[in-house]
Write a protein of this length. Structure first.
Length: 263
């Protein structure tokens, strides 16, 4: 075949000009898990934290739904549990379950009730070791839609944390993991990581990771001032004088099957 002459035109016509910027903007706007690195991501589903200064700094203005949030402290008892009271109150008052897996201290019903939590929607799970604890967390996240799971694992690998993240995402649950500062040494697939510091009477919060532009300035939150309650943070470090620990009601303890392998 002879090549086309100098005055012959190719049959192919140039493609129309595409507005790439508009296409990318539409894609980002329509996909909550996509965002521009320099901009906040306000399209993800969230639940308000109940703390205006913190909502103002978090993408979506609240706790991410269907995701794991890590609350990291030097030691337990720096206000990390009471930080969740407004959200936990909202969840339980709407008939959804709050599941606490291996809390380090005894949950104090009077303090929790005083901060608006519906005690009839609260479950406390005690396990024997870290393997059982992580298994219980995953099973709780795979339960009914909605609600929140709170856990205090001694340590958790990236792979197992990823499993918890996927379980929370699949069932639209909020998962909160309370960890020590040893967790700062490793990477994490969690959607949100907060580092809490005690600065009485307030709590300083550094946002280490979030889905969207990460604020550089810390957030200051006032801790609960519930002077009429023996433990405003909602936990007893040891049995409080005058507090009677009631026995479990019938059927409160349900035997669970042996945990499956998490490897």
């Amino acid at each position: 075949m002879r090549p086309p002459g100098p005055h012959c035109q190719s049959a192919a016509t140039p493609a129309p000009e595409v507005n790439r910027s508009s296409t990318i903007n539409a894609l980002v706007a329509g996909t909550p898990r996509l965002w521009r690195g320099c901009e906040p991501n306000h399209s993800q589903r969230t639940l308000t934290t109940g703390h205006k200064p913190l909502d103002a700094r978090l993408p979506g203005s609240g706790w991410p739904i269907g995701a794991v949030t890590e609350l990291i402290t030097a030691q337990p008892g720096l206000g990390e549990f009471s930080l969740l009271f407004p959200a936990l109150s909202h969840i339980s008052r709407n008939g959804q379950w709050l599941i606490l897996v291996d809390p380090p201290w005894i949950p104090y019903p009077a303090a929790l009730y005083g901060h608006g939590l519906a005690l009839e929607r609260l479950l406390v799970v005690h396990t024997g070791n870290i393997r059982e604890s992580l298994w219980a967390c995953e099973q709780a996240l795979h339960g009914s839609q909605g609600g929140a799971v709170l856990a205090w694992p001694e340590r958790v690998s990236f792979a197992r944390l990823r499993r918890l993240q996927l379980a929370a995402e699949a069932n639209a649950k909020l998962a909160f993991l309370f960890q020590t500062e040893q967790a700062l040494a490793g990477a994490s697939p969690a959607a949100l990581r907060l580092h809490l510091h005690s600065a009485a009477p307030d709590t300083r919060i550094d946002i280490l990771k979030c889905r969207g532009a990460r604020p550089k300035e810390p957030v200051w939150i006032k801790r609960p001032q519930a002077c009429t309650l023996p433990c405003p943070d909602g936990m007893l470090q040891e049995p409080h004088s005058g507090v009677q620990m009631l026995p479990d009601p019938p059927g409160a303890r349900i035997p669970l099957p042996a945990p499956a392998s998490l490897n």
